[in-house]
Design a protein around this ligand. Sequence first.
Ligand SMILES: C[S@@+](CC[C@H](N)C(=O)[O-])C[C@H]1O[C@@H](n2cnc3c(N)ncnc32)[C@H](O)[C@@H]1O
Length: 188
Amino acid sequence: MSFFLSWIKNYVKNPLELGAILPTYKFAANLMTKEIISNEKTIVVELGAGTGDITKSIINRGILPENLILVEINEDFCKILKQRFPKAQIYCEDAKTFFTKRIFNGKKINYIVSGLPFVAMSKAQKMEICELSFDNLSKNGVFFQITYFIKCSFPVEIINKKNLMKRLIGFTLLNVPPAFIWSIARRN
Ligand SMILES: C[S@@+](CC[C@H](N)C(=O)[O-])C[C@H]1O[C@@H](n2cnc3c(N)ncnc32)[C@H](O)[C@@H]1O
C-alpha cells in the first residue's frame, strides 16, 4: 500500500491521533528543519514521524540517518518508516513512554522535531511529553512544533516552569491544513 493510501486509511480510523488530514508537504517540512545546524554528532528525535515526510527533510539538512531517532505510535506508519529509513532508530510507541523508558545520559539530544497533535491530547499528556522533552534536550537544544492554528500548542505552563521562550519561525499556505512552525528553546 502506498504511503498516501496508508495515511488516508489511518486518518479515517483515527483522525484525532493523526491530527492532520494529509502528511506534511515539503514546504512546511523544510520550514520545520531550516534552523537545524548539523555535524556528524548532531542527534535529532522526531516525535510523531508519521510516514516520514518531515524525516526526509531532516536528513536533507545533513543529519546522519544513524543519529536520527523516530518515535511513532502507529504500527502501519512504523513499517513505512523502517522501509524508508532503515538506518534510523525507530521506536513504535507513545512519545511519553519513549522518554520514560530511556534516560539520555548527558542530555545529548540536540533537536526535537514534533508533529504530535497536542491539541487532541489531554493537558496532562502534552505537559508530560513537553517537560520530558526538555529534560532530555541539551542545554542549547531546540524543540520545533508544527501547528495548524496561530496559537502555539506547546503548553505555556512548561514554557514558564522551564524558563523557555517560543518563536514563530514560519508559516505556509502550501500545506493541508496551512501550517505554523514554532521553535521553543531555553532563555539564555
Ligand atoms: C500531524 S501527524 C504528523 C506526521 C508527520 N510528522 C508528517 O508531518 O507528515 C501526527 C503523527 O503523530 C503520531 N502520534 C499521535 N500521537 C502520538 C503519540 N502519543 N506518540 C507518538 N506518536 C503519536 C500520529 O500517528 C501521526 O503519525
